[in-house]
Design a protein around this ligand. Structure first.
Ligand SMILES: [Mn+2]
Length: 350
């Protein structure tokens, strides 16, 4: 039974519920009161919600065993949920194409945001999260949260991390585009994308997600050497000395569902070499994860390396040149299938 709080209110409109499949299974009722509905019995009543909002209600507030069990039901997606996530991807990709076109046409971060909203028919307040749209060095701030209204004099790079919510289900997609004449940066974007696709291919039942994270570091080590950013260290030492972590400081991804960072990803805490990893489980069919390696030029992480013994391995001239491009992140949403994976972000659409 679903009670909807719908008071008579001449200030606000009620959004009518759309006719969606779940409604056939739910008894829908309206309530004029924001309080809990009167139940026949409050025996065995659990109340789940924001602790501040539900404090004082009768019943057992957020009982841990129940919350854990409910969270676990969200880990393996049903066919309906997968269809919703796929549609959220399809819609977001229209926005990403429009954003890229706007960048090529010299738009500002604000203009790119408008292009994304227009193409996805979604105002930002309804999006699963505030889009991250960074031009040039802004692309090196992981959760860059502003929009410049003026385009930079020389557009060097665009990083856009943006999704769409469809029937409550989120997409979470990142793309990076090199500006005109940025051949060095474009080669890095290409290299990171090839790595990202290989990491997506690793997704399969029985695979430890932490292994995908570690493979990402190995791949970034190869990329740092191949691009000449780091010289004179083998790939293993590059990871061991924390150099890959200075360029790729976040985790490889997370669960995705009705929350962008969906629940129940950490039955065990992350390992010491991946403190920010939000998902530490072995993959099983029905899980949906993001795969989002990055490679950034973040001043506060590069400075300590440039001041210490690791400086000798860094190509400071090339670093200086590329700093103005900020960074790269490429992110897809991937379903674990019975035999491997299905990349919801790169499906051929009819
Ligand atoms: Mn993500």
């Amino acid at each position: 039974m679903l009670w909807l709080y719908e008071p008579v209110d001449f200030w606000h409109a009620h959004q009518p519920l759309q006719d969606e499949p779940w409604r056939k299974r739910v008894d829908l009722r309206n309530s004029q009161s924001p309080g809990a509905p009167t139940l026949d019995s409050d025996q065995g009543l659990a109340v789940i919600g924001d602790p501040v909002l539900v404090a004082g209600l009768p019943g057992d507030i957020n009982p841990e065993p129940l919350v854990k069990a409910l969270n676990e039901t969200r880990v393996h997606k049903t066919a309906y949920e997968i269809a919703c996530l796929a549609r959220a991807n399809e819609l977001a990709l229209l926005g990403h194409q429009a954003a890229q076109d706007a960048f090529v046409n010299g738009e500002s971060e604000f203009g790119i945001s408008l292009a994304y909203q227009q193409a996805t028919r979604q105002r930002e307040a309804d999006a699963p999260y505030h889009s991250i749209i960074g031009l040039n060095e802004h692309a090196g701030t992981l959760h860059y949260q502003y929009y410049d209204t003026q385009p930079p004099g020389r557009p060097r790079s665009l990083l856009i991390d943006a999704g769409v919510r469809y029937r409550g289900y989120c997409s979470d997609i990142t793309r990076t585009t090199a500006g005109p004449g940025e051949s060095r940066f474009a080669a890095l974007v290409h290299g990171l994308e090839r790595l990202q696709l290989r990491l997506c291919d690793m997704v399969a039942p029985g695979v430890d997600y932490i292994d995908i994270h570690r493979k990402a570091h190995q791949g970034i080590a190869v990329l740092l050497s191949a691009s000449g950013l780091v010289v004179g260290l083998d790939d293993e030492a590059l990871v061991e000395q924390g150099i890959t972590r200075a360029f790729f400081p976040h985790g490889i991804g997370h669960f995705l569902g009705v929350q962008v960072h969906d629940v129940a990803g950490k039955l065990t805490p992350p390992p010491d070499d991946a403190p920010f990893l939000r998902l530490t489980r072995t993959l099983e069919p029905g899980m949906v994860v993001t795969i989002e390696p990055g490679l950034y030029f973040i001043p506060s992480l590069l400075e300590p390396m440039l001041k210490g013994h690791r400086r000798q391995y860094l190509n400071t001239a090339l670093l200086k040149e590329l700093r103005g491009c900020g960074g790269i992140r490429i992110e897809d949403n991937v379903l674990v299938t019975e035999t491997g994976m299905r990349n919801l972000t790169r499906e051929k659409r009819q």
